[in-house]
Design a protein around this ligand. Structure first.
Ligand code: BGC
Length: 256
């Protein structure tokens, strides 16, 4: 049950295709209160293996408060609905329940990882005070997207899987595709710029916020993006997912 006061600190966890990362976060400022721990994502990434890995983070940090967790797929009421880059056996699992039981914490709320990153940026980072439609895009093992209208999240947008040039956009533009084609960041960014323009023609956002591991070195992309929509880089860089998940848990945000 929810306590009558909002938590100010929670453990933010970001479940990714290659690593599961976590840190305790002061949710009013986004400050990390502990070192960020990273454990490689177990292979295969079954529900039990993922839950055990989060538990290892909880134990490492000796954490007993609420957990907020970004998951790389569609999440509704803490239940997994898709698993593009993790083991398909996760689909249908109530990860919130599993984490509460296994980690012995009072609350565990799970939301889409890009939605989590977007929450950090909208509340405290690059999208702060931005009115209208903000689209956050994260580049990593997959393409994550988060949509906010006047600061309100429209969850599970999954625009990274939009059909683009006849294919799933993620299969053309996420990090594995860039590495496989041995594209320099600059060449890749030219292709990504065209995808941004395509999204712009469909959604007409007021701001794009770009984050995730693919944009860690944001200075490399100065002046590359030529959309009419302004482009900003995630202020919390690759930590946005951890911070936003912690905020969502602290506020007990319902994603349904
Ligand atoms: C998933 C999204 C996720 C993104 C980034 C995609 O494959 O479908 O839900 O946000 O990867 O992890």
């Amino acid at each position: 049950m929810r306590s009558i006061y909002a938590w100010m600190q929670s453990l933010g966890v970001d479940i990714g295709g290659s690593g599961i990362k976590g840190a305790v976060v002061e949710t009013s400022s986004g400050e990390l209160l502990t070192k960020r721990f990273r454990i490689p994502t177990p292979q295969p990434a079954t529900a039990d293996a993922v839950v055990d890995t989060v538990r290892a983070l909880v134990d490492e940090l000796k954490w007993t408060g609420p957990i907020g967790c970004g998951y790389p797929g569609v999440m509704k009421s803490n239940v997994v609905h898709t698993a593009a880059n993790l083991d398909k056996s996760l689909i249908g699992v109530d990860l919130g329940k599993a984490l509460r039981e296994k980690c012995k914490v009072p609350e565990a709320m799970i939301l889409n990882d890009a939605d989590a990153a977007g929450i950090a940026e909208i509340r405290l980072g690059a999208g702060r005070d931005c009115k209208g439609l903000v689209m956050m895009i994260t580049i990593g093992t997959g393409i994550g997207t988060a949509l906010f209208n006047n600061g309100v999240l429209i969850p599970n947008s999954e625009i990274g899987h939009i059909k683009y040039r006849g294919k799933d956009a993620e299969s053309l533009l996420a990090e594995p595709a860039r590495k496989e084609k041995q594209l320099s960041r600059k060449r890749w960014a030219e292709q990504f710029n065209r995808y941004l323009k395509y999204l712009e023609s469909l959604f007409w956002p007021d701001l794009f916020v770009l984050g995730g591991g693919g944009f860690k070195k944001s200075e490399k992309f100065d002046g590359v993006f030529t959309t009419r929509t302004p482009v900003q880089f995630a202020q919390f860089r690759n930590q946005a997912g951890i911070i936003g998940a912690a905020i969502a848990a602290a506020e007990d945000m319902k994603v349904r």
